[in-house]
Design a binder for this molecule. Sequence first.
Ligand code: THG
Length: 373
Amino acid sequence: MTFNIGVGPNIRKSVYFDATVADGVSCFSVYNHMLIPSNFGNPQAEYDSLMTGVAMWDVAAQRQIEISGSDAAQLIQYLTTRDMSKTKIGQGRYVPICNHQGSLINDPVLLMLAADRFWLSIADSDIELWASAIAAERGLNVRVFEPDVSPLAIQGPLAEALAADLFGDWVKDLKYFGFAQTELQGVPLLLARSGWSKQGGFELYLQDGSRGIELWNIVKAAGAAYGIRPGAPNDVERLESGLVSYGADGRLQTNPCNPFEISLGKLVDFEKSDDFVGRAALLKIKAEGPKRRRVGFVISGPRILACQHSLDVQTTSGQTVGILSEFIYSQRFGKNIGVGMIATDVDSDASDLVVQMDGDARQISVARLPFDL
Ligand code: THG
C-alpha cells in the first residue's frame, strides 16, 4: 500500500524540517498536529547509533506550552498529579496530567524556568486548550501560550561527550531533567539532560525558530567525530526500556487509562496540600483497586519486523483480558516484545494467552517491565 498524505495547513512542519529532508528522512508521523520524522530508512543503523554512539532527533513536535504569571505555580499544581511545591528553578519533572475522571490525558516533562514561569513539553494531546480553559474558569492570573521553542534531542552513550564539546564540561554536572539557559554560536537555547530513551542524552530547546537549520547543522558537524546519525524516537529501544508512550500505550479517546494502570501511580501525590484535577476520581480508583496493570509481553512465532499496534490479548477460550499496545522484534532480547495492559486478575505466569496476528493465533506471555529477559 503506497499513498501520500497532503501536508495542508492542519499539519505544521518543524523548524528542522528542511534539514531532515536534506539528510534523507524517509518516513514522517504526525504528533501534536506536526510532522515528526519516524525514521531515516536504516532501522539497524539508527538503533545502533542510539545504543552505542549518538543519534540526533527532531522532536520539535514535543511542543512547549508556557504558563507564566503570578498564579502560574498554582495552575501547575492544579493541572498535575505530582507535588511541584519543592521543585526548584532549573529543574524538570515528569508530570502526569489527568482529566476529572482520573484518565491520563498527557504526560509532559515540566520545566521550571522561574518562580512564575513554566514550560510543559507535551505528549500528543491539546494541553494548551485544556490549561487555558482551566485557568480562565478558575480566574487565575496566567498567560498560557506556545512560545517559539523547538527541542532537538541528542541521545546515546556518546551524547555527553558531544554536549561537552559543544557547550563545555559544565554539562556533565547537569542532573537528570536539570537544564540551563545557554547558546551555540549565538543561537539561543536551553540545554536539558533528558530525552525519550534510556540511553542518556540531552535536549536542546531552540529558542529562535528561524535558526533551526543552523542549529541542526552545528550539532551534525560537531557530532561527526562521534559518528552521529539522524534518527527519531526509537520504538524498539523504548519498548525494551519500558518507557511510557501516551498515545501508543493509552489514549483518552481509544484506550483510556488511569495513572495506576499505566504504571505512573507513584506520580500521583494525594498528600500534596493543593487540590488537583482528577483527585477525587483517582482516590476512588485507588481505593477500589485498578482493573488493569501495565506489563511487558513476549510474543511467540516469527520475527515481527515492523512496529505494530493495538491487538486484543485473549485467553485460548476467546475472552479478551488485555491489550497489546505496541510490539516489534527486539534483537537485544532475541524475542518479539511489546507492552500493554492486562486485567489484574490474570496471573503473570498465565500460559493460555494469545493474540490474533495476520490470521494466526500466537501465544503471548506476560513479562515484567523494564524487560529483563
Ligand atoms: N522530552 C521532552 N518532552 C516530551 C518527551 C520527552 N514530551 C512528550 C513525551 N516525551 C512525554 N513523555 C515522557 C515519558 C517518559 C519520560 C519522559 C517523557 C521519561 N521517563 C523516565 C522513565 O520512565 O524512566 C523518567 C521518569 C521519571 O523521572 O519519573 O524520561 O522525552 N522534552
